[in-house]
Design a protein around this ligand. Sequence first.
Ligand code: AMP
Length: 370
Amino acid sequence: MSTIKLHDKYFKPFISKSQIDQAINKMAALMKEDCNGEVPIFIGILNGSFMFVADFIRAYDADCEVSFVKLSSYEGTGSLGKVKELIGLTESLEGRTIIILEDIIDTGNTLEEIFNIFKNQKIKELKIATLFFKPDVFHKSLPIDYIGISIPDKFIVGYGLDYNRLGRNLADIYQLTTQKMTNIVLFGPPGAGKGTQADVLKEKFNLIHISTGDVFRFNIKNETKLGMLAKSYMDKGNLVPDEVTIDMLKAEVDKNPNANGFIFDGFPRTESQAIELDNFLQEKGNAINGMVALEVPEDLLVARLLKRGETSGRPDDQDENKIRNRFSEYENKTAILKHYYEDQNKYYGVDGVGSIEEITERLITVFDKL
Ligand code: AMP
């Protein structure tokens, strides 16, 4: 599940189909017990409830009848307050137990209309079941007998629910995202201290740190197919091919649909990675806020990396030739990204020489602006 766009708005994953199934199974079992052998008539409220009703009656393990009425209450992302009946019932409900199946109850306006429709029908008993319920906005004193999942007052789509007619076909539930993410590319040559600084900054700014080098090393350690592929390039200090790296990066981002934002460390490293990242974030209604670059002279970096190689266990840190090759990859393919972000007015250079704490302070001053 990842962020989706419907019309002009973005929606992020909220409730999975398997959570929905669990709630439905519970509701069906409870209702069967309460009906105690009697055959109920389930009445679905169209359009939104069609998926819920279809799944619900399959989970209802006893005889039942099903019918639908159609009412309209939503035009956009807010409840209009007015509800009108569109299609009424034709069959007789006299003497029967009726259980209304609603996809969602929020203000309760639709529910009130339903009560008005059914109150004159000489029904034995009228019960209300809703898959989703918004307790914070419900302002009626009508009883709701069965609630699947209570949710905060968020606009949701999927599983039969729409935003201006789109989104009903989604298997899972998504919620409207209004909050923009903060996405920062932490940039600099190998050994500039990106990883060390990202560890502090991710805590301070509540961001997810994605280091493509770390993800590759994790895969190498676990001997995955991706790890084996990456190893041959990494051991020589070469870049891993773009198509492999880009797919991996996207997968890492999609693992964190609720993130406030990301610190990208070691990505992008080529212009096509930068373009792909921009496109990928744009599809989610987001963007890179800035590239924050640690600027450190090369000789200092070689010394730092050789020192790190004494303890890091990284083969690419232990041999000066490999280190020099990483710099040449950096100079040839990566350094140009400075211009890529400068052209967008998103480049922020930070002096990367000094104590770790001093450099962190400098970075925080820049991050605060982004
Ligand atoms: P790092 O830990 O960032 O120094 O990365 C170590 C190695 O992983 C690099 O020398 C590359 O072989 C590989 N790598 C990491 N990130 C990327 C990337 N964005 N594109 C290509 N290769 C990468």
